[in-house]
Design a protein around this ligand. Structure first.
Ligand SMILES: C[S@@+](CC[C@H](N)C(=O)[O-])C[C@H]1O[C@@H](n2cnc3c(N)ncnc32)[C@H](O)[C@@H]1O
Length: 365
């Protein structure tokens, strides 16, 4: 197994040919067996066959994991229960059953729309594992809302429902464009920071668009990726060629490294308080500065964080927080409502054509 390498091949075969215990962290996002169209894999096999295959690749990952290694698996609803049981059968220790709740889920017509993916966080050993808690913290409601003096000055840890990572939509700048299931880089950053250290080996046996390897490389870890598709593997290599190890980067003459800006934006998403409310709150800004310093290894102060937030706001560079949309009287009290009224008519017509009211209202949104 060579480090900083993307392999094209079958994950089980490759993993079983590599030495035992050389990997610190595995992140696996396998095909979910839901009929998704991939370049080289048929995502629609009998359920029993899929579970048997899952057991084989999970065992192969466990084999290459170090004794104190961590193993994350993303999976959909249909096989989440099977993966949990397979984890137990393979002697893995479940630390969290994380729900990644995302916006822009697909709208359903006759059931509740699905807006989550499961992420299992297992460790090989029940007690020995890496968990860099100080790099994960952000201001709690005690800092942002109640101004409670008992608040932990280091901030709080994320809980097991992750709602601060929007899915990578077609319009997103980070979209690599060659793979339909690209995971958000920020989500992988959290996992890589939590469960590995600089220099550690991070493996993704279903690397797809290469997100895990990108996060690992930016954070100064060694990556190993596998994909059965030659096309995805080649594209991933090209994507990685544009990525640098930013783990040692430091701000210079007030210029922040891109990684630090990304981390500040992630802290903003995690804090979930708009800038107008955040800027006067020195205590919350202090937690953000402390956590950013832990995440980056650079020494940031409240004044630095404030200045960078202001710069980002001026250039419209701050991420949008959920539901924080300026109200423009367009659809409700309409002055330019012709388009909207046409849309309503179309929906009403569909409704009379037999579609369910719920599905149509969702489409309107
Ligand atoms: C859900 S995607 C992974 C997406 C990835 N997490 C990302 O952020 O882009 C699953 C990937 O597994 C690959 N795959 C399917 N069977 C495989 C196998 N036996 N060995 C290696 N890769 C495989 C597919 O080609 C596909 O790219």
């Amino acid at each position: 197994m060579d480090h900083n390498t993307i392999y094209c091949g079958d994950a089980i075969q490759l993993l079983n040919s590599w030495p035992i215990g050389g990997v610190d962290l595995v992140f696996a996002d396998p095909p979910f067996n839901i009929g998704y169209v991939y370049d080289k894999y048929k995502d629609d096999v009998p359920n029993g066959e899929y579970v048997k295959w899952s057991r084989e690749w999970m065992a192969a990952c466990r084999r290459v994991l170090k004794r104190d290694g961590s193993f994350y698996i993303a999976i959909g609803d249909d096989f989440a229960a099977d993966i949990r049981i397979l984890g137990r059968q393979l002697g893995l220790h479940l630390r969290n059953w994380i729900i990644w709740h995302y916006t822009f889920g697909q709208n359903a017509r006759a059931k509740f729309s699905r807006a989550h993916t499961h992420i299992f966080y297992f460790t090989k050993d029940a007690r020995r594992f890496t968990f860099n808690d100080r790099q994960l913290r952000f201001p709690s409601a005690r800092h942002t809302e109640y101004q409670d003096l008992r608040a932990n000055p280091l901030g709080r840890l994320p809980n097991d429902v992750w709602d601060e990572f929007p899915r990578v939509c077609g319009t997103f700048k980070e979209r690599a464009g060659f793979h339909g299931c690209q995971m958000p880089e920020a989500l992988l950053m959290r996992i890589v920071q939590a469960s590995s250290n600089p220099g550690d080996v991070v493996l993704d046996p279903f690397v797809g668009s290469g997100t895990t390897a990108v996060a690992a490389k930016r954070l100064g870890r060694r990556y190993v990726g596998i994909d059965i598709s030659q096309t995805y593997a080649e594209h991933t290599k090209q994507r990685l060629a544009t990525i640098h190890d930013e783990s040692g980067a430091q701000p210079r003459d007030g210029e922040w490294p891109a990684l630090h800006v990304d981390m500040l934006m992630q802290l903003y998403r995690e804090t979930k308080v708009t800038l107008a409310n955040l800027l006067p709150n020195e205590v919350a800004l202090g937690v953000i500065a402390a956590s950013l310093s832990e995440r980056t290894g650079a020494g940031y102060e409240v004044a630095d964080v404030k200045a960078q937030f202001e710069r980002l706001a001026q250039s419209n560079g701050l991420p949008k927080l959920p539901n924080d949309t300026e109200f423009v009287a367009r659809n409700h009290v309409t002055t330019e409502g012709k388009r909207y009224r046409r849309q309503v008519k179309r929906v009403q017509k569909r409704r009379t054509d037999g579609e369910t009211a719920a599905g149509n209202i969702l489409r309107l949104g």
